[in-house]
Design a protein around this ligand. Structure first.
Ligand SMILES: Cc1cc2nc3c(=O)[nH]c(=O)nc-3n(C[C@H](O)[C@H](O)[C@H](O)COP(=O)(O)OP(=O)(O)OC[C@H]3O[C@@H](n4cnc5c(N)ncnc54)[C@H](O)[C@@H]3O)c2cc1C
Length: 482
């Protein structure tokens, strides 16, 4: 289900408030801990919150299914120092993981939060496996760029949907937990500066009282107006590849409680989504030697700077289109190794031809120029010299037969959001916490710094799963102590 149209277009500047005061509302029902959004953050917050059976936990999801972007992801949770790593002979500390994250974003992210989430990652993985029987295994045959160790803990099939399914099953077996689908939260209710409940429902609206509210609504990539306002020029034109429900609702509500925002320009893009089939052409195609040209057959930047950064470069080409050119050696190498690649092949995303000229003609880019571009690339690779776009990484001579695809740049998710403390509580600009209001995952500021450059693979699920658990735990404990 798409988000209500109003939520897809609202911005931080809209004058009418999305937060009501408690004296304007008569509550229909009540719960103790209310979680808005049923992706990774929300499901894990609910798991942590429901551990006290004297408390009731309610999770409201806007769409007709759980999972959000978490379902679209690989579901791989990075963690350093787990027993799964030790059993595989890997000695790694949370400090090593933090260093990889911070180096990738040039130390622009909040260092304290990065270190905190890395330290917490060990307990998180053990808790998911031991307390909740969530299936996770260590990925020790494939390392993401800039990961200095094997640290991805993956669900079966390396598919986020499988993790979401297990989390749903565990929650549905809890007597004190309720999950409601097709239930968008449209407004928050405040009392004395803290949350008192929410207004929710697609058709009939209900007012639900709650002393603790966890904002797990992800970022704002599904809201073009907000993307246009906060992210770099042109990325708002990119194909949106994430969940429709992610329209920045929690971020806007949080600011109306005085919450501070940070790194609102941060996002993750992807440079090679196949035009037509919509399949993701794994960037392993490029990093094994493939190149991108525009309709004039010209390269337009160093492709190896990364799939996220390069997305906007593709968007800026005529028609927002680029042409991915590679060869049989790369095709054979990736076939059967990457689910994304196999899916793209199955969908008929790639064109094959004996010569670059033929391939370019079929794809729609200038045949003569494309041929000379590939020749010049090959010569630079053979000579061991930088090529015309100063690329030195992941190059290989391309030889017949050739493969190619018409691709466009896409937007996966945004990484800017509410500043939170070590328990996921929303912080005001003066550093004080809004009592009872939590945010995690894409709704909270991420750990990728600014722009598109600082995203290290796994950062999305690090804040979703980590802050989800911390927020759910704090919400539960703070009510249990009362
Ligand atoms: C294609 C793709 C692949 C990715 N791959 C990876 C990966 O491999 N590793 C990684 O770490 N990250 C990856 N990411 C990023 C990662 O998926 C996200 O950062 C993470 O899942 C965010 O979790 P979340 O719980 O904050 O949001 P989501 O999982 O998106 O869940 C948010 C939920 O909130 C709901 N919602 C929103 N507003 C409301 C409202 N008003 N009322 C009720 N419900 C609402 C939405 O419908 C949605 O279901 C990927 C993202 C995409 C799009």
């Amino acid at each position: 289900m798409s988000a209500p149209p109003a939520q897809q277009q609202r911005t931080l500047d809209d004058a009418d408030s999305e937060v009501l005061t408690a004296d304007e509302v008569t509550f229909d029902v009540s719960t103790d801990i209310l979680i808005v959004g049923g992706g990774g953050t929300g499901l894990i917050a609910a798991l942590a919150a429901c551990e006290n059976k004297d408390l009731t936990v309610t999770l409201l999801e806007k769409s007709d299914r759980l999972g959000g972007n978490t379902s679209l992801s690989t579901g791989m949770i990075p963690a350093a120092g787990t027993r799964l790593q030790k059993e595989a002979g890997i000695e790694e500390t949370p400090g090593n993981m933090a260093q990889d994250i911070l180096e990738k974003n040039d130390y622009q992210a909040d260092e304290g939060m990065v270190r905190h989430l890395c330290a917490h990652s060990v307990e998180l993985i053990h808790w998911l496996i031991d307390d909740w029987d969530i299936s996770l295994h260590l990925v020790d045959d494939f390392k993401y760029p800039k990961h200095s160790e094997y640290r991805m803990h993956a669900p079966p099939g390396r598919n986020g949907e499988n993790m979401v399914e297990e989390l749903r099953e565990r929650l549905e077996s809890q007597p004190n937990t309720e999950i409601l689908l097709n239930t968008p939260v449209t407004k928050l209710v405040a009392e004395d500066g803290s949350p008192a409940g929410v207004i929710a429902g697609a058709v009939r609206q209900e007012a639900i009282a709650a002393e603790r509210v966890v904002l797990a609504t992800d970022g704002f990539a599904g809201n073009r107006e907000m993307v246009k306002t906060h992210c770099e020029d042109d990325i708002e034109k990119a194909l949106y590849y994430g969940s429709d429900g992610n329209t920045g609702d929690g971020i806007r509500w949080g600011t109306q409680f005085g919450g501070e925002l940070a790194c609102m320009d941060a996002y993750q893009g992807h440079a090679t989504v196949v035009d037509g089939t919509g399949a993701l052409s794994t960037y392993a195609v490029v990093m094994n030697g493939g190149i991108l040209v525009n309709e004039n057959g010209e390269r337009f930047g160093n492709e190896s700077k990364g799939y996220s950064q390069f997305a906007v470069d593709v968007i800026r080409q005529p028609g927002s289109i680029a042409y991915e050119i590679f060869d049989k050696r790369i095709f054979d190498r990736l076939k059967g190794e990457f689910d994304d690649f196999d899916r793209a092949v199955e969908l008929g995303s790639y064109t094959k031809a004996e010569t670059v000229k033929e391939l370019a003609s079929e794809l729609g880019c200038d045949p003569v120029k494309t041929e000379s571009t590939v020749q010049s690339y090959n010569l630079a690779v053979e000579a061991g010299e930088p090529d015309e776009v100063c690329r030195e990484d992941g190059r290989n001579v391309l030889s017949r037969p050739f493969y190619g695809a018409k691709v466009t740049g896409s937007l996966f998710h945004t990484q800017g959001g509410l500043v939170v403390d070590e328990n996921g509580r929303v912080l005001r600009t003066d550093g004080t916490a809004v009592s009872g209001l939590y945010a995690g995952g894409g709704c909270a500021v991420g750990i990728s710094g600014h722009g598109a450059n600082g995203y290290l693979s796994g950062n999305g699920l690090t804040t979703a799963t980590g802050l989800g658990r911390l927020a759910g735990t704090h919400a539960r404990e703070s009510l249990s102590e009362k």
